[in-house]
Design a protein around this ligand. Structure first.
Ligand code: ADP
Length: 211
């Protein structure tokens, strides 16, 4: 059981979308901006030593296009965030956390709400599944992603997204969810996210404190 944190909840934004919708691309760019810190759950898993028990579990689940079990995922994510915070790379009192790849189901969203104040969820919407599959095949070649390499796993990952991840959109209040057309050029997707963030009261409050 993950213990309840006594620390103040961290301000966060979530980028949510099917595999191939561009979450990582946008998260990485936003994470380069001072006072934003990007944390991609898939990258945390991929950085594991595959000889360890947890590394082996990741390979087992991800190569089938399935989710890694929740307890394991949250514990690993929490440990990573705490390490980054202890090393002062991520500063929870002044940085907005940009989450990509977590939460991936409603249960994870519930557990994360113990630690996070989610101010906005950016839903990168791409209803064209063929376009998603095309992007994933391209990524498999460029980034050596085994989970993007076969059509069977790609189909399974998209099905997992529809069944388990998409319902998260109902978990958050409607005024905290912004849907963005993910088939637009990346710069336009980024512009829409920034436009939304800079108009949020929490952003304006934190910007004033740091001015
Ligand atoms: P993408 O960016 O294409 O959506 P990720 O790199 O985020 O893919 O994730 C790759 C794989 O890692 C997932 O298919 C899943 O097996 C595992 N994974 C990543 N994040 C989570 C999570 N929050 N919960 C469970 N499994 C996860």
């Amino acid at each position: 059981m993950t213990p309840v944190s006594s620390k103040p909840k961290r301000p966060a934004f979530i980028i949510l979308g099917a595999p191939g919708s561009g979450k990582g691309t946008q998260g990485q760019i936003l994470g380069r901006v001072p006072r934003f810190f990007h944390c991609a759950c898939g990258d945390v898993f991929r950085s594991l030593d595959t000889r360890t028990a947890i590394g082996k579990q990741f390979v087992e689940y991800s190569s089938r296009g399935e989710l890694v079990p929740d307890e394991l995922t949250i514990d690993l994510w929490k440990a990573q965030i705490d390490n980054l915070s202890d090393a002062h790379l991520y500063k929870p009192d002044i940085d907005f956390l940009i989450l990509d790849g977590i939460p991936r189901n409603v249960r994870q969203a519930e557990i994360l709400s113990r630690y996070l104040d989610v101010h906005q969820v950016f839903h990168l919407s791409c209803p064209d599944r063929n376009e998603l599959a095309r992007r994933m095949r391209k990524r498999a070649l460029k980034d050596n992603r085994i989970d993007d390499a076969s059509d069977k796993v790609i189909d399974q990952r998209i099905a997992t997204y529809e069944a388990e991840t998409k319902p998260i959109l109902e978990f958050y209040p409607a005024d905290r969810v912004t849907t963005i057309d993910a088939t637009q050029p990346p710069v336009k997707v980024l512009a829409e996210m920034i436009q939304c963030i800079t108009h949020l009261p929490i952003y304006q409050e934190m910007a004033k404190q740091l001015a």
